[in-house]
Design a binder for this molecule. Structure first.
Ligand SMILES: Nc1ncnc2c1ncn2[C@@H]1O[C@H](COP(=O)(O)OP(=O)(O)OP(=O)(O)O)[C@@H](O)[C@H]1O
Ligand SMILES: [Mg+2]
Length: 257
């Protein structure tokens, strides 16, 4: 049976799209049939992260009833299947986000897992992505405002019957003013921390190169964390353990940090 797994936050800019593109790349490499859907209709950017900004038919056309979902699905050169959203302001005209759950249903026979990128905030566009989801990963930075906002998304999603897989702490820098894993988990009613992704210059570098960081630099610390996340999501060891370079990297590998 297909899973519809959304990646959500409260605040914008915390790393949802980065999680979606990297998780999608890793799961595709492991042979899973995964489709990434850009549910961020107003400020779509999944296709920018993947380096193919212009598609003739997008999710917007499906939501306007001008196209069927399979027409808006593309295979990225990396093998990742993507349903992009349009990037222009005109794309929003006549688009009804409330059609999203039905559009996602069209994919269910076609794919093992839908990874759904979601917008920040809690308006109708976000609610539509939550209504389309079976399961959810929350993304937050390790600070109080970010976690406070993601708690609202969690509560709303749970009210809509979405299962919470857990939390990705992104932009971890190891500074003393950061919330610890235990504090983040406590604030979110004990949700498990699935991965702690370090702040890593390789991530913005990879987006500039229009690739997921796991492809741009499989040895980067962030890539290592994304592979940990992927193994949690599919509850399998990912056989793509590139390890990390250098003495510090090898020590971290050994300690599984
Ligand atoms: N682990 C990381 N280390 C360094 N930079 C990161 C990391 N994760 C994400 N970023 C940077 O943060 C920015 C925002 O990331 P991203 O677009 O994934 O966030 P988002 O939650 O999808 O944003 P939005 O709410 O606008 O859709 C990007 O420029 C990305 O390069
Ligand atoms: Mg995004």
């Amino acid at each position: 049976m297909s899973r519809v797994l959304s990646v959500a936050s409260g605040k914008g800019g915390v790393g949802k799209t980065t999680v979606v593109s990297n998780l999608g790349a890793i799961l595709t490499e492991t042979g899973k049939n995964v489709t990434l859907v850009d549910g961020n209709l107003t400020t779509a950017n999944l296709s920018l992260h993947l380096g193919i900004p212009l598609y003739p038919v997008t999710l917007h056309d499906v939501l306007k009833d001008d196209a069927m979902m399979p027409e808006a699905m593309y295979v990225h050169p990396s093998g990742v299947r993507v349903v992009p959203s349009g990037l222009g302001i005109d794309d929003m005209e006549g688009t009804d986000s409330r059609n999203l759950p039905l559009a996602i249903e069209e994919l269910l026979g076609e794919t093992e897992m839908v990874l759904l990128d979601t917008p920040a905030g809690l308006d109708q566009e976000t609610i539509s992505t939550l209504e389309a989801s079976d399961e959810m990963i929350l993304v937050t930075h390790p600070n109080m405002p970010s976690v406070t906002d993601v708690l609202k998304t969690k509560n709303l999603a749970e009210d809509l019957g979405v299962d919470m897989l857990g939390v990705v702490i992104n932009h971890h820098r190891g500074s003393r003013d950061e919330l610890t894993e235990a504090e983040v988990s406590d604030m979110l009613d004990g949700l498990p921390i699935l991965a702690k992704v370090p702040y890593d210059e390789k991530v913005p570098e990879s987006i500039a190169m229009k690739k997921p960081v796991v492809h741009h630099d499989p040895y980067a610390d962030a890539s290592h964390a994304f592979r940990e996340l992927a193994s949690q999501v599919i509850t399998e060891d990912i056989a793509l353990d590139y390890g990390r370079r250098g003495i510090l990297g090898r020590v971290k590998n050994f300690l599984r940090l």
